[in-house]
Design a protein around this ligand. Sequence first.
Ligand SMILES: Nc1ncnc2c1ncn2[C@@H]1O[C@H](COP(=O)(O)OP(=O)(O)OP(=O)(O)O)[C@@H](O)[C@H]1O
Ligand SMILES: [Mg+2]
Length: 336
Amino acid sequence: MTDAVVAEGLVKRYPGVTALDGLDLHVRQGSVSAVLGPNGAGKTTALRILTTLLRADAGHASVAGFDVASRPQAVRQVIGVSGQYAAVDEYLTGFENLDMVGRLYHLGRGRSRERARELLARFRLDEGGDRVTRTYSGGMRRRLDLAAALMAHPPVLFLDEPTTGLDPRSRADMWEIIRDLVGHGCSLLLTTQNLEEADLLADEIVVIDRGSTIAAGTADELKDQIGGDRLEIVLHEASDLPRAAEVLRPMGIGEPALDDRRRRLQLAVGRRQVLVDAVRRLDSEQIALTDAGVRRPTLDDVFLALTGRSAPPEAARSSVGPERPDRTPTPDRAER
Ligand SMILES: Nc1ncnc2c1ncn2[C@@H]1O[C@H](COP(=O)(O)OP(=O)(O)OP(=O)(O)O)[C@@H](O)[C@H]1O
Ligand SMILES: [Mg+2]
């Protein structure tokens, strides 16, 4: 079976910056792939090329078997896109926004209105459906934008950071909606800066940095590559850190990382249950603890392990600001 999405050696250069530097990725039919990377890694650029909004300088890509450069119209017929910044018309109601997209896809008046109502209900927007979207919260806008992407039942969906900027409740809502979509047979490519999200939603994760793929695999394969869970111990006295490192080193994978200022030791420990054992060992050496825990690896851990440096901090920004609307390419409304 052809992959739903294939990208090989994609390159995109802007003056002074190489946004994509030979990016490879694949999405199997009916599966979810997450592109995980920090700010500026090239996630949006990759999505814009795959959704025909931008041309690559080199490399090739296809969606549902159609080459994005030579068959952009055919690609647009089979995709739904929800951009990083929700692209809803502020002066239309939720219902009108969806109906407009339905008409652009030539669903026909009756079918378009019916589908709009169906999606408003499914995304818990029926109450807001007759209100202008100017009055919507960020979470409501993102849900409406995703609903718009689904109007024409596209078999391949692209979601650019679908939960960035959402509060925990709206984020959980969005996760539920996305999981439900995939249950219905869609192939999905999403981008995220959040390893937990990629782990929760995706069958395959592609980690990108400075425009190229630095790791790919299932969440478990990736965690094995980066050493899995993190044991974190905070000591009473920073001066005990070297001794604690000696005691705990055999339990982990690689070297313990010591942070004098926070009196903290961190150690990659795979997927083993080590907490009780670690506390006992430190206790028997009479090393006093303030705190101890095991946590899941974050994007920052992935970057440290794979590149030897931290991921750039997540910029404080809204995912719903109007400053860079990424419009859904429809058969009649596509930019290049
Ligand atoms: N139109 C453009 N002109 C010049 N440089 C650009 C343009 N679009 C993107 N870039 C640059 O290309 C690089 C990749 O940008 P891109 O938006 O793809 O990153 P991203 O992974 O989506 O980041 P974020 O998480 O912040 O959304 C960045 O260095 C960015 O500044
Ligand atoms: Mg982006």
